[in-house]
Design a protein around this ligand. Structure first.
Ligand code: URA
Length: 456
């Protein structure tokens, strides 16, 4: 029996090197015990038999498998290293097995990876910082060994703050310039909450209405184990919105500094990465991907459309299909340089109805617009554009916070509820649908006028 000892529970490189050496030496999966230094029961003692020298020709495995392995290693399942090694041996003989969805081993590994990704997402969504002496400290209990792998995300997202995240296995600290690791902590090591949080809790306790409690929704959004970390956790759905407001405020406090210190790009990258895993409404289930905004993070002008269309969904970029071409033409006529404009959408996933082989655009509803407002608010906070153009009623609904007709707001500068100036105009796809050429030309001219006015 051979023994492979890894230096840490998330030691992907250790697993990869050990697995490669064992595979080249022709060692079978059931002839290896994988263990982590300082962990687990010593079943047979001793150092194990040394690996025989390599006797097989080197072989390559796909990046897809290596990515899967890198994620699965973070799982808490003690069998993860052995399962990955068994898969590696399978792929050596049968590389196509990585795409075989019926294969039970591959399915098990995919399931482990899914659980890890979910845990990573939960940490990103549910870490709550408490402020002490200008530094921020959070307590978090992950299900899997994800803390080290997630540290870079927090460093990018909260680049300008000093913060620590304490967890039972490991603590990570960011001093505004570099990450440092420390030993695990206990809940008692984390501060219990500052006066602001006490106020926050008090406020929600006073409006708590048990008749409106929807525990199922709450549990789905925010698993019970995280409630204790979150200052705003009275058990009411409104608190989900409350938590978002808190985080938005925190981001707002950081963002002017982010622009000033040149960190807006990093904050935007982190936001886009987070949005790529968005499940705030059901649209992610059918769309290919999140289509995030695009353009300079210090743009003066932001253009907000409705949602990606079929081509945008495939390309992962906003306004690249027919409506995008119409927009480009009008922008040029208005003297606006798209390359200096931040272009985004009120809703970030393509909503459609399948019809045969085609995907027919469907208008996002009020719930979807509201769910996605989270992203546009943060894009606005980071880019801080001086002017915004809202294309069509979905963008207007999103930014004004309520359904509003275009005719009631067109032609003047509007002050948005949270500050900032915006102008409303038609959506370019409206022009594409107009059968009457003369009217389409008139509408186009008005569209160009609106864009010009917004940019001036
Ligand atoms: N329509 C939109 O509103 N946005 C896009 O990105 C494409 C089409």
């Amino acid at each position: 029996m051979h023994r492979m000892t890894l230096s840490r529970p998330d030691d992907y490189e250790g697993w990869r090197d050990g697995a490669r050496a064992a595979a080249l030496a022709g060692v079978a999966a059931d002839a290896i015990v994988w263990q982590v230094e300082g962990e687990g029961v010593d079943l047979f003692g001793g150092a194990g038999d040394p690996l025989p020298p390599p006797r097989l020709a080197p072989f390559a495995v796909s990046k897809r498998f290596l990515d899967l392995a890198e994620t699965v290693v973070l799982h808490r399942d003690p069998e993860r290293f052995a399962l990955l090694y068994a898969m590696l041996l399978r792929l050596r003989d049968e590389p196509a097995a990585i795409a075989d969805e019926a294969d039970p081993l591959r399915r098990r590994l995919e399931q482990l990876a899914k659980e890890v990704r979910r845990d990573i997402h939960k940490m990103r969504a549910f870490v709550r910082f408490r402020e002490i002496d200008g530094a921020y400290v959070a307590w978090f209990e992950p299900d899997h060994h994800i803390v080290r792998a997630n540290a870079g995300f927090f460093a990018r997202r909260f680049a300008t703050m000093r913060w620590s995240i304490l967890t039972p296995e490991l603590s990570i600290h960011w001093d505004g310039g570099s990450l440092r690791e420390g030993p695990g902590a206990t809940r008692a090591d984390a501060p219990a909450g500052d006066p602001v949080e006490a106020l926050w809790k008090g406020y929600y306790a006073s409006i708590f209405n048990p008749a409106r409690l929807k525990v199922g929704t709450m549990l789905k959004e925010m698993p019970r184990k995280y409630w204790a970390n979150m200052p705003e956790t009275a058990l009411i759905p409104e608190l989900v919105a409350g938590a978002q407001a808190r985080e938005t405020r925190m981001v707002e406090r950081i963002v002017p500094r982010a622009q000033a210190t040149g960190n807006a790009g990093k904050a935007w990258e982190a936001l886009r990465e987070e949005a790529a895993h968005c499940t705030r409404c059901d649209l992610y289930r059918c769309a290919t991907r999140t289509v995030f905004g695009e353009g300079p993070v210090d743009a003066d002008l932001m253009i907000v459309g409705e949602q990606p269309g079929d081509q945008e969904d495939l390309a992962g970029k906003p306004f690249v299909g027919p409506a995008g071409r119409m927009l480009d033409e009008a922008l040029e006529a208005a003297g606006v340089d798209r390359a200096r404009t931040y272009v985004t959408n009120a809703v970030k996933h393509f909503k459609f109805e399948p019809r045969g082989k085609r995907r027919i655009h469907a208008k996002p509803n009020a719930g979807e617009i509201k769910a996605c407002r989270w992203w546009i608010d943060q894009e606005r906070a980071i880019v801080a554009p001086r002017r915004i153009v809202m294309l069509g009623t979905t963008a207007i609904h999103s930014l004004l916070g309520k359904a509003t007709t275009l005719s009631s707001v067109r032609g003047r500068a509007l002050e948005l509820p949270d500050g900032g100036l915006a102008r409303a105009t038609i959506h370019p796809s409206f022009l594409l649908r107009m059968p009457d050429k003369a009217r389409a030309e008139e509408e186009y001219a008005m569209f160009v006028r609106d864009l010009k006015a917004a940019a001036e």
